[in-house]
Design a protein around this ligand. Structure first.
Ligand SMILES: C[S@@+](CC[C@H](N)C(=O)[O-])C[C@H]1O[C@@H](n2cnc3c(N)ncnc32)[C@H](O)[C@@H]1O
Length: 280
């Protein structure tokens, strides 16, 4: 069987098992097994993969049919133009989180900070911390997580992108491990209601990264308690928001931090995606 046949077979196999992106998935998985780029499948459709390559492809198709995320099958995910290693220890970085990086870069570049200090609270794969460290060579970045397993993978990603000297990975609860005040504090907290998630997410991605308690807001309440005293004068916190959470989270912070400026920022779909607290 050649590449064209295998693609057709894989697409039909996944489509019959309900995959909404069957063709794309088959292309990504076959290219991965052949150590090629997707475009190479189309420039060399007559190539005949060997038995081991075909076997590896079929085994990934089986796993995909059980709804395992493609990023885990490939072992990597693009975020903010960089490639990150991912596996079941960490949440797969989502494109909407790039807004948090974009807003942070604007603030970091818009002012003259003396030795800019950043914190990424709940770093997971390290995608936010690494993207910021790559774009802000003068910054010191603290990245916390309660999961030692996630931090081990974050360290690999820091090394992969050459920023391990400037990103300090700290094990502990939310902001507690931070050794000093920071100028910009980012957090993409767990904010979903676990029971409402689709099986493809719930069965594979870590509950620790997703479960925001019965109403999804548990971590915003805890961050509200922990934030005071963590930011330098003029500093801000930027928190990612889940769908339809903006009003509830704004109410929480209005009541808890009276007089502190609060503003929400939209994602590409125009939905409020980030809450900015400050500048103080
Ligand atoms: C939604 S994920 C975000 C991961 C990554 N920052 C991203 O945007 O892709 C939340 C992260 O918070 C971590 N986490 C959960 N509870 C925590 C806690 N109490 N303290 C620190 N980190 C925590 C999880 O392990 C997970 O890595």
């Amino acid at each position: 069987m050649n590449v064209r046949d295998l693609l057709r077979e894989g697409t039909i196999f996944l489509r019959e098992r309900g995959s909404p992106s069957a063709r794309l998935d088959a292309e990504l998985l076959l290219a991965h097994c052949l150590g090629q780029r997707r475009v190479d499948l189309y420039t060399h459709p007559q190539r005949e993969p060997g038995p081991q390559e075909r076997q590896a492809y079929r085994s990934l198709l089986e796993r995909r049919a059980r709804q395992e995320p493609v990023s885990y099958l490939l072992g990597r995910k693009e975020f903010y133009g960089l490639s990150f290693l991912v596996d079941e220890r960490v949440l797969i970085p989502r494109p909407e989180t790039e807004v948090l990086v974009e807003l942070t870069l604007e603030r970091a570049r818009g002012r003259r900070w003396r030795g800019l200090r950043l914190a990424d609270v709940g770093t997971g794969s390290g995608c936010i911390a690494v993207a910021l460290a790559r774009h802000l060579p003068q910054a010191r970045v603290y990245a916390t997580d309660i999961s030692a397993a996630a931090l081990a993978l974050a360290l690999e990603n820091c090394r992969r992108h050459g920023v391990e000297e400037r990103v300090a990975l700290l094990l502990g609860d939310l902001c507690e491990p931070l050794p000093e005040v920071v100028d910009l504090l980012l957090c993409n907290p767990p904010y979903t209601v676990w029971g409402s998630l689709p099986g493809g997410i719930r069965d594979y991605e870590p509950r620790l990264a997703l479960d925001g308690g019965p109403d999804g807001l548990a971590f915003y309440r805890r961050l509200l308690q922990q934030l005071p005293g963590r930011l330098s004068p003029g500093g801000s916190a930027l928190l990612e928001l889940g769908d339809n959470q903006a009003e509830s989270v704004l109410d929480l912070f209005r009541a808890g931090l009276p007089g502190v400026p609060l503003q929400t920022w939209p994602d590409v779909a125009g939905l409020p995606r980030v809450l900015e607290i400050g500048p103080l």
